[in-house]
Design a protein around this ligand. Structure first.
Ligand SMILES: *[C@@H]1O[C@H](CO)[C@@H](O)[C@H](O)[C@H]1NC(C)=O
Length: 252
């Protein structure tokens, strides 16, 4: 419980400072990622795509928010989410949050390994488990989905796979924190479930410590080997523009 309080304090201190800081619009922190698709090749996401925005919660984003890399990550990810929101019809956007059902944290027993990394986050009501205010969510108007998750994988203990399959999604475009956690775990699983997976390099970050450059090693080394496509936000925005009207929900 002591740790929970410290994460909370950390997150609120960050809110205060984030408002004053100027956000760099450039993200090559600490390495400029070489995308898997050549920058001059035109591609699109089709019409059956979903946008996954993973674990953008105060308790995790707060840990990088004061760094230049963290601010670039936040501003790039927020810009991407806003660009997706500007589309009509709205594509399927899915956000995940890590939280536990009640203070007994029944999803993680005393010995669950995941409890060691996320056991301090708390229930849906606690500030660290809420989505960071930099990111816009529109559940009522745009049909955005917000899922609880209780392991690394974005679909652990929720309806993610059911939603992707009933909505006939074939392509997912991922952003989130952290690269070695939810991003890597979800890329592997959805790849195995036959989805076309894209990861937006600028919308990823590794929580500290990131030495050696874990973020770059995963984006440039591991993901391309699956293979999963790692693209820049510029490529993602251009592909979004070229994609047909998204098919989701009542548009089906
Ligand atoms: C996104 O990352 C690429 C390198 O991978 C960089 O060239 C580009 O400037 C970045 N874009 C923004 C808006 O940070």
């Amino acid at each position: 419980m002591k740790l929970q309080a410290s994460i909370f304090t950390l997150a609120s201190a960050y809110f205060a400072s984030a408002q004053e800081s100027t956000r760099p619009g450039y993200n090559c922190h600490p390495t400029c990622i070489q995308p898997t698709i050549p920058r001059n090749r035109q591609f699109n996401f089709g019409r059956h795509y979903a946008v996954l925005n993973l674990d953008l919660i105060n308790g995790i984003v707060g840990g990088v928010e004061e760094t230049a890399a963290g601010q670039a990550f936040i501003s790039n990810t927020a810009n991407w989410i806003d660009a997706v929101h500007a589309l009509d019809p709205a594509p399927l956007s899915i956000f995940t949050r890590v939280y536990f059902e009640n203070s007994f944290q029944p999803e993680i027993g005393p010995d669950s390994p995941f409890g060691q990394v996320a056991g301090d986050l708390g229930t849906a009501a606690t500030a660290p488990t809420k989505l960071h205010p930099a990111f816009t969510v529109d559940q009522a108007g745009a049909g955005n989905v917000v899922l609880q998750k209780t392991r690394y994988y974005a679909g652990a203990g929720n309806a993610l796979e059911q939603i992707l399959s009933t909505q006939k999604i074939d392509t997912v475009i991922m952003s989130g924190i952290r690269t070695s956690g939810v991003m890597l775990s979800t890329a592997y699983r959805l790849f195995d479930l036959d989805y076309n997976v894209y990861v937006i390099a600028n919308n990823t970050i590794e929580s500290p410590p990131n030495d050696p450059d874990i973020n770059a090693n995963i984006l440039e080394g591991i993901l391309p080997k699956l293979p999963v496509d790692v693209i820049t936000i510029e490529q993602a925005l251009a592909a979004l523009d070229r994609s047909g009207p998204a098919i989701y929900g009542r548009n089906n």
